[in-house]
Write a protein that binds this ligand. Structure first.
Ligand code: HEC
Length: 150
């Protein structure tokens, strides 16, 4: 059975899980590191990091396409980081993470799908760049707020 990863389906469950949260605020001596540590098991962490590398490659390929003035290539590239990336992921992983983290993750996949759609309808290079800036804002925002527990 395919489990849908829509935010609407995940949010109520995620909210219920906050009480018994498995998340620990980092108390490591590292100076000024206020990022919240996300507790995932090894396999889940590997999966997350592999997804991150896909994100980065997607961004790289979109920037290259724009540099070559080939906006038409963007839909296929952007879709690689869309919601289909979640199809092989156990929804429990999303429930173990802090709600804010999961929501930002879902929002980022959504933004890639929306960018793919928009570029497919003939968005200009500037419009694609604007959306890319918005997506990168999610990347930096999440990285500033969270880290994997070690
Ligand atoms: C929902 C939160 C979240 C979002 C959104 C997010 N990241 Fe990450 N990313 C993380 C976390 C957590 C780590 C691990 C950082 C740590 O433990 O220090 C990470 C690590 C990475 C790494 C290192 C991968 C490795 O193999 O070590 C790369 C590259 C990366 N992210 C790229 C991106 C890019 C590009 C985007 C945006 C398109 C993005 N990330 C969006 C949470 C996020």
């Amino acid at each position: 059975m395919r489990i849908s990863w829509s935010a609407a389906a995940v949010l109520p469950l995620a909210a219920m899980m906050v009480a018994g949260s498995v998340v620990a605020k980092d108390r490591a001596p590292g100076k000024g590191d206020q990022r919240e540590a996300v507790m995932l098991n090894r396999e889940e962490a590997q999966e997350l990091l592999a997804g991150m590398r896909t994100y980065l490659e997607t961004i790289q390929d979109i920037v290259s396409a724009l540099a070559d003035n080939k906006t038409a290539r963007v839909p296929k590239i952007a879709a690689r980081s869309g919601n289909k990336m979640l199809s092989g992921i156990n929804p429990m992983t999303g429930l173990k993470a802090p709600v804010g983290f999961t929501m930002m993750s879902l929002d980022t996949h959504d933004k890639f799908d929306k960018l793919a759609e928009k570029a497919g309808r003939g968005a200009s290079r500037t419009e694609v760049l604007t959306d890319l800036a918005d997506i990168l804002n999610n990347c930096s925002g999440c990285h500033a707020a969270y880290k994997l527990a070690r």
